[in-house]
Structures are given as structure tokens and as C-alpha cells.
Design a protein around this ligand. Structure first.
Ligand SMILES: [Zn+2]
Ligand SMILES: [Zn+2]
Length: 325
């Protein structure tokens, strides 16, 4: 990507560029699969301002180590790369167990090149072992949609057996619902698109409605996935007193005015979900293996990366999109 533009204008271009040279502390990976995330769309369309002149998007990468083998990652090892490509390790947040909030983070596919490519460079201490039970296509969407979706559950303080609302039902929500059903939670899904509602029902949602419908019971927790402030307010209106709403979105169109007395008073909380820690990744990947989490995947060849983003933008993907070079 050289300049942000609407994906309908084919903003990504295929180019032959040199394989990334190895630098200290890194490994070179051959990309086997790369999940498509809504954040990629925000980067490509410029809702997140560019960090460099040209960048290769993609931050849900399953790769194979081809250079700079370490004891931890021998040649041929299969690893995953996520959105946080590195942190400084020295700022206040890094030294207080909150590396997701690092003052000087590296973002894969945004501040450094990502996985819509044949090869990429990754920090050796920011790649993850992947459960052997997951093939490349199944593992890729777990690496942001899954991990940050799981972090949303932590931010919302979800406990087993609670009533949890999911507002929007894309790649992240369709993974999160598997964790919630494993925890015996009752899941209420409000989303536009009949196909998304049908998928939510088939994955065990207790209740499914359109984006204009309200869950029939007050919720203990709510998580919003749509990049829309109106959805945040709708979710807030569904919370019981003391309930927590987690916003799983790196970008919102705007935050509308809302009535404090009716919607926030009563010790309701709104929290954003920002990036992920390596602990989130390890914990989530262990749970994903244990519950045999299987995403629903639509595959696009690398040459069709623009089409993958167009499909995501128009809600045409049910489950997750994955690019294969
Ligand atoms: Zn830091
Ligand atoms: Zn992402």
C-alpha cells in the first residue's frame, strides 16, 4: 500500500520487492497464511493515519521460520505473528504488566511490514507457537480476531454463566462465542446481516437479533465489534447496573451524545480494548486448542487481497477471511 484510498479503488498493489534482510533479534518467515482484520481496512482506507510511505498490511500471520533459527524457533518451525510486533520493554506500561499500552509499540502491517506477502521479518520474542491441532487457515484468524476478542472478555470482566451481549458478529465475535459457550455463558447477539445472524444461531447464541433490536434481558457484559458509536450506545442501553461494556474497535466513526442518568449512572462502565499482551496470546491459544476452536474461513489468494477487503467491508464474509500467498 502506498497511499490510503477506498478499497473499491483497488488500493493495494502487487509488487516484487526484495525479501526482507535479517536484522538482529528477528527471524525471517515464509508466510503460509494471513488473516484479514478490520484494522487492515482502517489502514488501507486511511482512517488510521499512515505511519510510513509504503507498507505491507496484515497482522494475523502463520509463518515458517526460514532464516535465523534460534533454540526456540528452529528452521521450519511454524509460528504465529499478531498485531503487536514488539514493544520497548522499558516504558512505565511495559514495566507494569501492560505492554499492550506501550508508549513505543511496533504494529505489524502498520508501522512495519506485515503478512500480505510471501516473506516477512518478525521479532523472535513476539511470535507464538501454534497448537498443532489447528491448520494454517484455522490458526490465522485466531492471531488478532481471536486474541484481541479474548482480551475483550477480560476487559469486560466476563465470568462463567453470565449473560454476555455481542454487538456485531464478524471474525472476532464468531471466535469469542466459542469461548463464551465453553464457559457456559448465555450469549445475546445483535448484528446486521441475515447470514451473520444465522451463523451466530448455529454457533450457540441464546438470542439473535438485528442491530435495531435489544436483547430481551439486561446483560452482565457487552462487547461491541462494529466501528460505530451508535452501536456502543445501543450496547450500553442493554447493560444491567454495574455491568461492563468493552469496545473492541481501534477506530469508531464518532461517539454520539447519550443520556448519563439512564445509561451510565448505576456504576455501568465503558472500557476500550487496546492491542494485546503476549500473555493474552498464550492464554487464548491454549484455550483455543483445548476447546478445539475452528473458525469459519473464506480463502483469498494474495493477488485478490483487494477483493478480500471489499468483501469484509460489505459484510460479505461470514466468519474470517484468510489470504494465502
Ligand atoms: Zn513500553
Ligand atoms: Zn487485527
Amino acid at each position: 500500500m502506498t497511499a490510503p484510498a477506498p478499497v473499491s479503488q483497488q488500493s493495494l498493489r502487487i509488487a516484487d520487492i526484495p525479501r526482507p534482510p535479517l536484522t538482529p533479534g528477528h527471524i525471517v518467515l515464509r508466510v503460509r497464511a494471513c488473516g484479514v482484520c478490520r484494522t487492515d481496512l482502517h489502514i488501507v482506507e486511511g482512517e488510521l493515519s499512515p505511519r510510513r510511505d509504503a507498507v505491507i498490511p496484515g497482522h494475523q500471520i502463520v509463518g515458517e521460520v526460514v532464516e535465523a533459527a534460534t533454540q526456540m524457533w528452529p528452521i521450519g518451525a511454524r509460528v504465529g505473528v499478531s498485531w503487536i510486533g514488539g514493544v520497548d520493554g522499558t516504558c512505565w506500561y511495559c514495566t507494569h504488566g501492560a505492554e499492550n499500552l506501550c508508549d513505543a509499540p511496533t504494529f505489524t502491517g502498520y508501522s512495519v511490514d506485515g503478512g500480505y506477502a510471501e516473506y516477512m521479518l518478525a521479532r523472535e520474542d513476539f511470535v507464538f507457537a501454534l497448537p498443532l491441532t489447528l491448520d494454517d487457515l484455522q490458526a490465522a484468524p485466531q492471531l488478532c480476531a481471536g486474541i484481541i476478542g479474548f482480551r475483550s472478555l477480560r476487559v469486560a470482566g466476563v465470568e462463567p454463566h453470565e449473560r454476555v451481549g455481542l454487538f456485531g458478529f464478524g471474525a472476532s465475535a464468531h471466535l469469542v462465542i466459542a469461548v463464551l459457550t465453553a464457559w457456559d455463558c448465555a450469549v445475546y447477539v445483535s448484528t446486521r446481516g441475515a447470514a451473520h445472524r444465522a451463523l451466530a444461531s448455529s454457533l450457540g447464541a441464546t438470542w439473535v437479533g438485528t442491530e435495531r433490536e435489544r436483547p430481551p434481558v439486561p446483560l452482565d457484559r457487552a462487547i461491541t465489534f462494529a466501528p460505530s458509536g451508535d452501536v456502543v450506545v445501543a450496547a450500553l442501553a442493554s447493560l444491567r447496573k454495574g455491568g461492563i461494556l468493552a469496545i473492541n474497535a481501534i477506530h469508531l466513526d464518532r461517539m454520539p451524545q447519550f443520556d448519563y442518568d439512564a445509561l451510565l449512572w448505576g456504576e455501568r462502565q465503558i472500557r476500550s480494548v487496546t492491542n494485546m499482551t503476549r500473555t493474552d496470546a498464550h492464554d487464548f491459544l491454549a484455550i483455543a486448542a483445548e476447546i478445539r476452536l475452528r473458525p469459519q474461513v473464506t480463502v483469498f489468494p494474495l493477488e485478490k487481497a483487494n477483493e478480500a477487503l471489499v468483501a469484509l467491508k460489505s459484510d460479505a464474509i461470514n466468519g474470517a477471511a484468510v489470504i494465502v500467498p
